[in-house]
Design a protein around this ligand. Structure first.
Ligand code: ADP
Length: 382
């Protein structure tokens, strides 16, 4: 005990010293502060800004964070820039529910404006799933390694706050190091760079606080890690389609998303929720991967369609999304990834590794096409 209790009033008082560089007005009087949440010395809020100005306001965001962090009794601060309508820009104490201090869902402004791109990183892709346990992390790890096997420079950012498994799957451990005291060096294994929430958030962090931590942690993973030059950064998203996932999809400059699902999952609508989430924030869905698609008998090689097979492909067609491929349910896939030697690197000539390589090639082709389309001059019909 004996620690000073920080209050909303103290925070707002402090924030009155933080001035918008463009008009000199402080962020409180300008009505930019919203969704303030205080929980046991952990503070989160949003700064609502004009989407056009978003990319230039990172210093303002940092300044607000630093100012609040300096207050007695503040353990952590997450500040996020949002592009909410100015009419709603009011302090709404305790109005934001857990896991989404930003309050309302926020558009990405057509993918331009709000989210500064990452210098040196060509494409960022999210690997997501409608729910946990469908093999999202296994697929992310093997997909990242498949892209690397094709000669791409690849990073893996494990943003699964609820169950970060990339350190185990990619065989990295320990405390991230810093050379300059400012940026973290990513871990490296199998030729790819790896950083994980699991290496940054203490394991005993209560679930309830993980959501609000997303914002600052995601910024840290993206911008304070020395990723260097990458062709593609694969983001292993937290499973599900709740606020934390939505916020993350808004915070990361995503070129596209890949949805992993099992045959049942497609049938049960979970995968569609994932699709809709990305559509809502205007991130292109590159396609669906069906995992645990069929059972390949390790003894005789016989294939059994445990769940009615082909559903995902049909469903993808129906939803107008590319079907990127199907991965069998196979003990070898489980053993290799769970032991830190994913099949793409430990058995590169196996049929399963080939499946991942084909999926990797398809994903790359889609990214290339997306980038090409973006670079095309827009034709305006009046
Ligand atoms: P998620 O990230 O969706 O929660 P994981 O990738 O952690 O799921 O997978 C859950 C478990 O299922 C892990 O033990 C993993 O090794 C196993 N697994 C994933 N995909 C397959 C597969 N195609 N065949 C066999 N086991 C798999």
């Amino acid at each position: 005990m004996g620690m000073a209790q920080v209050t909303e009033e103290l925070i707002l008082d402090a924030l009155k010293t933080v001035k918008d560089p463009d008009n000199g007005q402080d962020v409180v009087s300008a009505g930019m502060v919203s969704g303030l949440v205080i929980k046991d010395g952990n503070v989160a809020f949003a700064l609502e800004v004009d989407p056009q100005r978003g990319p230039n306001l990172e210093p303002l965001r940092k300044a607000a964070e630093k100012t609040v962090h300096a207050l007695d009794g503040v353990l952590s601060v997450s500040v996020v820039l949002t592009a909410e309508a100015q009419s709603q820009a009011q302090v709404t104490p305790h109005a934001a529910h857990e896991g989404h201090p930003g309050g309302q869902a926020v558009g990405r402004g057509n993918g331009q404006g709000m989210i500064p791109s990452l210098p040196g990183i060509k494409h960022v892709i999210a690997v997501a799933s409608g729910k946990g346990g469908v093999g999202k992390s296994t697929v992310s790890a093997n997909l990242a390694l498949a892209l690397a096997a094709d000669g791409r420079k690849v990073g893996m950012m494990d943003a699964d706050i609820y169950g970060p498994s990339q350190p185990r799957m990619l065989g990295v451990a320990g405390q991230p190091q810093t050379k300059d005291g400012k940026t973290l060096e990513p871990m490296e294994n199998y030729g790819i760079k790896v950083m994980s929430m699991g290496l940054l958030i203490p394991e005993d962090t209560p679930m309830i606080w993980r959501g609000p931590m997303v914002m600052s942690a995601i910024q840290q993973l993206l911008r304070d890690v020395n990723w260097g030059e990458l062709d593609v950064l694969v983001v292993d998203m937290p499973p599900g389609t709740g606020d934390a996932q939505l916020t993350m999809a808004q915070q990361v400059p995503l070129a596209g998303a890949v949805i992993v699902s099992t045959p049942q999952d497609i049938a049960l609508l979970d995968a569609r929720k994932g699709l809709n989430m990305f559509r809502k924030v205007e991130v292109p869905v590159l396609g669906i991967i069906e995992n645990m698609s069929y059972f390949a008998c390790p003894n005789c090689g016989h294939r059994t369609d445990v769940f009615s097979h082909g559903g995902a492909h049909k469903e993808a067609d129906r939803l107008g999304v590319e079907f990127l491929g199907e991965i069998p349910l196979d003990i070898e896939i489980r053993e290799t990834s769970d032991s830190g030697h994913p099949i793409v690197v430990s058995k590169p000539d196996s049929p399963h590794a080939k499946v991942f390589r084909e999926i990797g090639a398809r994903v790359w082709a889609k990214l290339d096409a997306e980038a090409g389309a973006k670079a095309m001059p827009k034709i305006v019909v009046q």
